[in-house]
Design a protein around this ligand. Sequence first.
Ligand code: AMP
Ligand code: GLY
Length: 420
Amino acid sequence: MKVLVIGSGAREHAIVTALQSDPSVSQIVCAPGNAGIAAACATRPVDVSDPAAITALAVAETADLVVIGPEVPLVAGAADALAAAGVRCFGPTAEAARLEGSKSFAKDVMAAAGVPTAGSRTCTTPEQVAAALEEYGAPHVVKDDGLAAGKGVVVTGSRDEAMAHARACLDAGSKVVVEEYLDGPEVSLFCITDGRTVVPLQPAQDFKRVGDGDAGPNTGGMGAYTPLAWAPTGLVDEVVSSVAQPTVDEMRRRGTPFAGVLYVGLALTSRGTRVVEFNARFGDPETQSVLAMLQTPLGALLGAAADGELAAHPPLQWHAGASVTVVLAADGYPAAPRTGDPITVDEPPVPGTLILHAGTTEVDGEIRSAGGRVLSVVAVGADLAGARTAAYAQIARIHLRGAHYRSDIAAKAERGEIRL
Ligand code: AMP
Ligand code: GLY
């Protein structure tokens, strides 16, 4: 089959790479892609926020399956437009993607489905925000209700900072969600679903803060690893039965079934497992490591989800060992990333590693930075220690002026220091 992948990040580069090893996939096109994806498959320009343009491209390319990477086209209705044109699509409809597109909607679905999550108040005035901050106390968690590319959430001990973020969201016309603070390690679990059956992938952990030791502001994600040797046995089954399945069932009951990948972001708190957030798509950078470990052909799996045939899909197979992903970010990321600088890589590559591009472009045969998160180094090793060593050896061979990365991705897990 011919697969059209929509998006331009390292997540989409990872999806393209996984599809390349699926014998049922004969052709891959990615739109718009980036410099690294263009070296792996055909690319086409497209405005990802324009469902009609995505649909026209899919029809022109006679794609047998469209895989939508980012949230923006999903929330804009790309899956709806493709379905209306009779094109098979992996990704939820706009109504279903509201699980990511509106945090207050997600809270409402969780309440209806009995899914454990942080207590929250949806606020439309500074007075309501002040009352909610008082109710929950510090640390304060203040979220923009809508999509904000991973930067809409402020977690802070400072009431002034919490209030300032809330005011900025309200001034921009957004609702604000104030939440109870969740302690404990975070887990990302991607659940493939056709709207009825739920198939979980291997859990991963990502690193949202920009700096080592979780210092600095939140980002789109600075690194990830899988599997989680420290996770309690039965965690995946528990999350499927207490979170993913009830959510999928509730969405179907509402007449807006969710088909695609339900990204369940969790905190394993002292009072039990709680949902931090839902996303309606694969997470970046966790996907880079999770797909590196997936042995089952990806195209057939996503096709089965698109067709409502997941119940008949064989159990997933995984490679042994572990994978670590380290994100290389541009100078100034996340506040004001600098772009346009040349990127060079020493040869030969470190064995067991892969460079997946995100914000890159090719200018006169030279690869240049073109975004905040520039690329991901993905390593697979016999264990976490081996994967970490390889990932950091490879990232040291990449040169980009002012670039930065976290040096502690998967370090606590490797040292056995994650406590529940
Ligand atoms: P979100 O966009 O909702 O995933 O939030 C981004 C990050 O903020 C999460 O990955 C957490 O690290 C943190 N966060 C969000 N909600 C909470 C919460 N209720 N308690 C503590 N940390 C949170
Ligand atoms: N890894 C965080 C995200 O994709 O939202």
